[in-house]
Design a protein around this ligand. Structure first.
Ligand code: ZN
Length: 268
């Protein structure tokens, strides 16, 4: 109980960061404002298709909200074949044009949710490779989705020599997490507890971890990163505040957020 009270006291002073969410899909603006008001001062919002990328660009103020643009595998597999190449090229063009307004490329990745999507692995890999090449060329970090596809994701990342990699909603086990750390990747933990996730958090250094809400898909709003931070604090045996400080630092460093804020000031 005392620990809990201490946590609440620290909480009111603690700055948080959300490494991955989808603000354009959150219907209620008040939820976003409330998250910022309660200390989630850096939020990375990831686009998932053309419309979502446009809205993410509008939402990004580069003060508290920072955009990453991409097409997630779910939209890649659903795009009509005749439009696929054109849509990817258009969005890579959008990324290029907005290079200095965005902090990353995402959401991108591979999703083998079912046999149908797994059957489209080559198409998914080809799209992922194009986005990774753009990320390397533009020196932007990538936020990568890897549902039931982690070993293929590792292969594509190795083949393309991807740098500045963030594996969001990490589903691998502790051994997979170590492989990611060996490669210098960042892993983020969603606001859900599980014993496998605890083993992942325990297996790797906190410097390779970030917190994410994945709102509104998993969390309700970016404020749900609190749960991710609390999970990390519990497993690592540190206070909420210590975990928050480190995870927030990691997110800001990975996405070079302080530099982005400075650029915004210069532009003003
Ligand atoms: Zn997501």
């Amino acid at each position: 109980m005392i620990e809990q009270q201490k946590d609440m006291l620290f909480r009111s002073l603690t700055e948080l960061a959300d490494a991955h969410c989808h603000l354009d899909l959150i219907p209620d603006d008040a939820l976003i404002k409330n998250s910022i008001g309660k200390g989630v001062l850096s939020i990375i919002t990831d686009g998932v298709d053309t419309g979502s990328n446009m809205r993410s660009l509008e939402l990004a103020d580069n003060r508290n909200i920072f955009a990453a643009l991409g097409i997630d595998p779910e939209h890649i597999v659903k795009l009509p074949k005749s439009e696929l190449e054109r849509t990817i090229e258009f969005n890579i063009g959008l990324i290029r044009q907005n290079r200095n307004k965005i902090v990353g490329i995402g959401e991108i990745g591979l999703d083998y949710k079912d046999d149908k999507w797994k059957g489209m692995a080559d198409l998914q890999k080809s799209a992922l490779t194009k986005f990774i090449k753009a990320a390397i060329e533009l020196d932007l970090p990538i936020s990568v989705h890897s549902r039931k596809s982690l070993s293929d994701v590792f292969d594509v990342l190795d083949e393309t020599r991807a740098r500045r990699v963030h594996l969001h909603y990490f589903e691998g086990d502790a051994e997979d997490a170590k492989l990611a750390v060996e490669r210098g990747y960042m892993i983020s933990v969603p606001p859900i507890e599980s014993s496998k996730r605890k083993r992942v958090i325990a297996a790797i250094p906190i410097k390779n971890l970030m917190a994410e809400s994945d709102a509104p898909v998993v969390g309700k709003s970016p404020l749900d990163v609190e749960t991710s931070v609390r999970n990390v604090a519990t497993v690592k045996g540190i206070t909420f505040e210590e975990a928050a400080t480190q995870l927030t630092r990691n997110t800001k460093d990975f996405f070079r957020i302080d530099r982005q804020k400075q650029d915004r000031l210069i532009r003003i």
